[in-house]
Design a protein around this ligand. Sequence first.
Ligand code: PEP
Ligand code: MN
Length: 374
Amino acid sequence: MDTSLGDLRAELHKINHSILDLLCRRAQLVTEVLAVKEKEDIPLYVPEREREMLDDLARQNPGPFSDDTVRHLFREIFRASVSLMEQKKIETLRVSRDSHGADRVISVGRHEIGRGPVIIAGPCAVESAEQMEEVGRGLSRLGVRFLRGGAFKPRSSPYSFQGLGEPALRLLRDTGERHGMATVTEVMDTRAVGLVSEHCDILQIGARNMYNYDLLREVGRTRKPVLLKRGISATIDEFLWAAEYVVSGGNEDVILCERGIRTFETQTRNTLDISAVPILRKASFLPVIVDVSHAAGRKDILAPLGRAALAAGANGLMVEVHPFPAVARSDSQQQLDLHEFARFLGELALERTGTPFAPEAFAPRAAPVRQLEG
Ligand code: PEP
Ligand code: MN
């Protein structure tokens, strides 16, 4: 009895090894299939083909397993194959960490993104020369080296303020030059890439345009750093694919920006996906920043979100700052004024990390009582 049980077990052991051997050979074939699919641009997962294979296996099933069990077992094998293909594809992306190893450090004039935390701050939209001077001066005194401001605004309603366009690009550039700050602004249209590149140091691709592959290709042809925002409902893989479009055009200076994704939650404008930060840092060699303002859509939780983002490994933060948020022409509810921003910087406790930020440099003063023009 013992001997026969031992024999049977030995036989099972041998079969396990044979199954493992077959599974590994199958996986090897799957990677060869992947190479062909990539060359011919065929989708990784074809549900109809999977159903045909399962039907065929059920027809050939000699028992004693039920057809459902056979289907279940093979479905798991197919699923493992698709995961293997997806994993292989991500590993071979040019944006993947495996292709490079070391973190990308992006030089923008005298400044860098990709080492210690940087802050990109400024108004949602460029509105006037006075507004830009006020905010540029205040931010530079606080140690901020990257000035943002929208010239072309992607608005949900076509009747909302769309940005001042080209004059705003000049205001942003002049303010940046006066205060020694690099500038960041959104480009929404392939036809505007040349113009925006002439005026601005970093090209921003907004969340709504993350899937605009022509635009991604166009900024990939420039030699300007690109700040790429995650789409409103984009998966992390789709976000990396979007970055791949830019990098595959020859431009490796891409900054990934997590800015919250749309969920069922209503307390915040979007849901800041904090897990995206360590996942992106692990998956890619590109710097990752977090836009806390568009994630939250409110001002009162920006400091804890910023601390969480930096603790999770972000290389910097984006924050909307306006001299008089109450009269801002867009996103007025989420923009900090300079006092609030100085407090925000203090609450981040960045000075402990040896960064140049100096929240104490901001001396509170009375805000002039006037409306901004426009
Ligand atoms: C912005 O940063 O000005 C902006 C519109 O953000 P998002 O594209 O993330 O909505
Ligand atoms: Mn905004």
